[in-house]
Ligand binder design. Sequence first.
Ligand code: UT7
Length: 326
Amino acid sequence: MTPILRSRVRGVGAALPARVVTNAELAHRVDTSDAWIQQRTGIKQRYVAGDGETTASLATKAAEAALRHAGLETSAIDLIVVATSTPDYTFPAVATQVQASLGIVDGAAFDLQAVCTGFVYAVATADKFLRSGSNKRALVIGAETFSRILDWSDRTTCVLFGDGAGAIVLEACESDGLIASPGVIASRLRADGRHRAKLFVDGGPSATMTVGHLRMEGKEVFRHAVGMVTDVIKGCFADAGVTADAIDWFVPHQANRRIIDASADKLGIPHSKVVVTVDRHGNTSAASVPLALAVAVEDGRIKPGDLVMIEAMGGGFTWGAALIRW
Ligand code: UT7
């Protein structure tokens, strides 16, 4: 069999801000309660960046952790893709800040913006670079400080989001291309810009010359979420020639426990195979999937050889999924 190139996960890392904000603390700021937030979302707490903690500093820490986990020097990396909607600056890209902090001077570095789906988009993008042979090892990072674009007087959004970063190292390796062999096996990306008004930020450099605040019609997003993510997941299963029974771990975007449970139920995935971190991280947008991956690798759930499905859905709308043999 002629070998093909596949992108293998070599390491995973995460970084969270120092400060934890509980639901009870938020109930002092806006008209909400711990009971409402837990019942409607499953969130108990979230991390919020303090002075000196930025998307780039969190991304760099997560990248360093992933490189340590992979046992690789920074010089091994020739591609950095950062998924974020909350960059430190309009430009340069967070990816180039991470690159400079790591002392890397070779290769390419760029940011990619697909809101909560950003990490899935970044994995699919880096995978295509690696499989083309143009690059050998990629840092793929999801990093956000959504606390900086929240309207802290709006209880319908400010209780939902948190800050953090997660990273994986992907490496181009020769593969026999079989389903049992490690690497990214399938990915599906979608977008439909007609849904813009349901989840957007009301400011930006060109339109308003401001940063703006996140605005969301939560119910409308919820209504679309389950159908959209299960559709791309089924697409990945079809591409790989497997069914839901084959997967060992389902690592969904961590927006709302009810969306996670409903998606798993629709796909017939038992809840024991679902990695849930929304309770402790809240919705960290593009950071949510790699943060959840880092938790499940660290606590020994995700092991080499496991088949892992990641998925996300967010502003745009954008949505996507990727099937990865660990
Ligand atoms: O990551 C990107 C994708 N984003 C998502 O996936 C978010 C999707 N949406 C959701 O997770 C849910 O829609 C929410 C958690 C945002 C809201 O849950 P819901 O069950 O859809 O509640 P709702 O918006 O229908 O609000 C129910 C009630 C409303 O009061 P009335 O109109 O029934 O009197 C809200 O005003 O809850 C009220 N409410 C709150 N009450 C206490 C809304 N926010 C709060 C709050 N605390 N923080």
